[in-house]
Design a protein around this ligand. Structure first.
Ligand code: PEP
Length: 252
């Protein structure tokens, strides 16, 4: 039985004081999530990680939105895995479509980062998903299959099962145009099939989230689908009231 997971991607939002206010408001809602056997977390910007870690309910997962695959060195502007580990971060989002588009993050680079994170006992959240043009051309499955195969290249089944996947069709991110639950399930079940081909039965243990305009009003519908294990949420994760409503409706 895969444990449900709600992850908020804050992108480039919130100053440290705003992030602190959210963290301080997280205590009761995270207790509720724990009671309902739900994992939940947020991914603040790097400068907000420490304040969220210090002020949150200790069961709130705190993820970074990126990391560098090298431990240290001449990589100006980058943040390494040992740096994240020392401040107490243990999850990292990789390959978000915005980073793929604006920062040249490739599936090959994500594969290096996934391996480096796993070697440090950290949890990668690997994002995949197609553009509107790919979707309209009926090429979604071939596209995400390639992203999964490259991202997971060289992993053992034991390693693969520690990775969380977020399937996020780019045309649904921040647009208010969410995929139907049937469309999301169809692609996510396909991804699980690809994982089964690569890693066998552990594919049943890998958590796969849907992301793309998830709101408190539609999260329960996605959760009714058998292969969808939770959601990666942008806009609706920013305010404590909305985050709380996502948890409650996910638990329902
Ligand atoms: C995201 O940032 O990963 C995302 C899915 O955003 P939104 O929920 O705002 O569409």
């Amino acid at each position: 039985m895969r444990k449900k997971l709600l992850l908020g991607n804050w992108k480039m939002n919130k100053t440290p004081s705003e992030a602190k206010a959210f963290a301080c408001a997280s205590h009761e809602m995270v207790d509720f999530a724990v009671k309902h056997n739900i994992d939940c977390g947020v991914a603040p910007t790097f400068v907000c990680l420490a304040t969220v870690l210090e002020n949150r309910n200790p069961n709130l997962i705190v993820a970074a939105q990126n990391c560098n695959e090298h431990d240290h060195g001449a990589f100006t502007g980058e943040i390494s895995i040992p740096m994240l580990k020392e401040v107490g971060v243990s999850w990292v989002i990789l390959g978000h479509s915005e980073r793929r588009e604006y920062n040249g993050e490739t599936s090959e680079k994500c594969n290096e980062k996934i391996k480096a994170l796993l070697a440090n006992d950290m949890t990668p959240v690997y994002c995949c998903g197609e553009s509107l043009a790919t979707y309209e051309a009926g090429k979604t499955k071939a596209f995400v299959e390639e992203q999964i195969k490259v991202g997971f290249a060289g992993l053992s089944p034991e390693e693969a099962k520690k990775v969380v996947i977020a399937y996020e069709p780019i045309w649904a991110i921040g647009t208010g145009k969410s995929a139907t639950k049937e469309t999301a399930e169809d692609t996510i079940a396909f991804i699980r099939g690809v994982l089964k081909g690569l890693f066998g039965e552990v594919s049943e243990e890998i958590r796969i989230l849907y992301g793309g305009s998830v709101k408190p009003e539609n999260i329960a519908a996605y959760m009714s689908e058998k292969d969808i294990d939770g959601a990666l949420v942008g806009g609706a994760s920013l305010e404590p009231t909305s985050f709380k409503a996502l948890i409650e409706n996910l638990a329902a």
